[in-house]
Ligand binder design. Structure first.
Ligand SMILES: [Cu+2]
Length: 461
């Protein structure tokens, strides 16, 4: 059993040539909490201090924007090499790395942050929260970006996105994405710096390219077909120095799956973590954080000697194919204390700055901690539904198989307020909940062996 994990870890180490890993769940900007918005805005301002990563990237991006290689065949660039110069093509891969480079720096400032994405097929209004003064709006004046939101209105439609995802040839997909609205739209619609070679001066560049990267990720999940002719990229060729550190050499063919960077994309309240072998040995600050539903399985493996932490405010589900090997450290936390941060409508005007940089570190948690000696059995039942949520009088919990179970209901203070045992059943109903005051509760379902099946936050209406 143990050899199996060593074997997959070994294979994985052959595939990944450089030791940079994150643990990151990227979400749409509209899913960011008020706290995350304040933190990312602050972090962006901080990046302009000192070595100024923003201007370094913008200058590089401008210096190597796009050249005619017939005039100077030695001069490399980042854009528009398709369809004619396939051997020079690096557009998607280079922008994947640059987004990751900035995300890593954000996480050094606040490990809970990840790079959000701007889904420009949906969010197409200058009055979207993204552009509020408390979000990315203030940069327009502060950094003299001179945006002109919506003046050139060529944002992509959902149909264009679907047509793009249906492309079967990688270079055709990349070329159409780059030249048409899915990429060009976000640049020209924003205006100011964004339609220029210095576009990375605008923070929305990274939200936009996080979305472009998500589209590539989604395409690769369907077609498994991304492949480059070149094996090196400017800036990431092992010679470029920023702020005293040499950036790693990256072969674009090594990063065609965004999991190489520990990056997953959440959508509509669900982050699916799959087909991933954790390689972190120990970094207590690295975390897969997503406030809605994290679902891990389908060959998500935590090998011996590695550490994985999940944290959610609402729900974490381990589904078939999740494996944590003996000797690994796996932890999943439901942070109920910070549940109040959820779903606050983002209001214009001053936000009170949170002084504590780690709001999730002080927890009244119901934690699932899986440590050495534990075992997640393959026959562990899976919780299918806990409904309705919000509830009024009763909650029904359905499993995928019949089992002996105990259900506990905790209040926000972590106090046990209800406990019921069920024998050999796949449907459990907890009744007579009229008396509870409205607000948040946590239910925990445990099987006969004491294994926790699910911890879920529920709301009493
Ligand atoms: Cu670019």
């Amino acid at each position: 059993m143990k050899n199996k994990y060593l074997f997959v870890a070994f294979i994985f180490s052959l595939l990944v040539l450089h030791p940079i890993f994150g643990q990151s769940i990227r979400k749409g900007f509209q899913e960011m909490t008020e706290y995350e918005i304040v933190e990312i805005v602050d972090a962006f301002y901080e990046l302009r201090n000192g070595a100024d990563l923003f201007n370094d990237i913008a200058t590089f991006h401008g210096d190597y924007f796009n050249f005619d290689s017939t005039a100077d065949p030695t001069r490399l660039d980042l854009h528009f090499n398709l369809p004619d110069e396939q051997e020079r093509e690096i557009f998607l891969a280079w922008h994947r790395v640059v987004v990751f480079e900035v995300e890593q720096t954000l996480q050094e400032i606040n490990p809970e942050l990840s790079m959000p994405y701007w889904n420009s097929t949906i969010y197409q209004s200058p009055t979207d929260a993204l552009w509020d003064e408390d979000f990315l709006g203030s940069f327009d004046a502060a950094w003299e970006l001179d945006r002109d939101l919506g003046a050139d209105n060529r944002l992509p439609t959902p149909t264009e996105l679907n047509n793009l995802l249906a492309q079967t040839n990688f270079f055709t997909f990349s070329n159409v994405l780059e030249r048409q609205n899915l990429h060009r739209g976000g640049h020209v619609w924003t205006g100011g710096a964004m339609p220029t070679p210095l576009s990375p001066r605008d923070p929305v560049f990274f939200f936009h390219h996080s979305f472009v990267d998500k589209v590539w990720h989604d395409w690769e999940e369907i077609h498994h077909n991304s492949s480059y002719l070149t094996t090196s990229m400017i800036r990431y060729d092992g010679t470029y120095v920023f702020d005293g550190e040499t950036l790693p050499l990256v072969d674009p063919n090594d990063i065609t799956d965004s999991r190489v960077y520990g990056v997953f994309y959440a959508e509509d309240g669900l982050a699916e973590l799959d087909n991933y072998i954790v390689s972190n040995t120990y970094n207590p600050e690295e975390i897969f954080y997503y406030q809605f539903n994290i679902q891990a399985g389908n060959n998500f493996v935590v090998p011996s000697g590695t550490v994985a932490r999940f944290e959610s405010v609402n729900e974490i589900n381990l589904v078939p194919g999740f494996e944590a090997a003996p000797g690994s450290s796996f932890e999943a936390n439901i942070d109920i204390q910070n549940g109040g941060m959820l779903n606050k409508s983002f209001s214009k005007g001053a936000i009170t700055r949170t002084k504590n940089p780690y709001p999730y570190s002080e927890k009244i948690n119901e934690a699932i901690v899986w440590e050495e000696g534990g075992n997640l059995l393959d026959d562990k039942p899976i919780v299918l539904t806990a409904a309705p949520n919000p509830f009024t009088e009763k909650i029904t919990i359905k499993l995928n198989k019949r089992k002996d179970c105990v259900i506990e209901v905790f209040n926000m203070m972590g106090m046990l307020i209800r406990e019921e045992a069920f024998q050999n059943t796949d449907t459990m109903v907890i009744k007579n909940l009229y008396g509870l005051s409205s607000g948040f509760y946590v239910i925990r379902v445990t099987d006969a062996n004491g294994e926790i099946l699910v911890v879920k936050r529920i709301v009493k209406m």
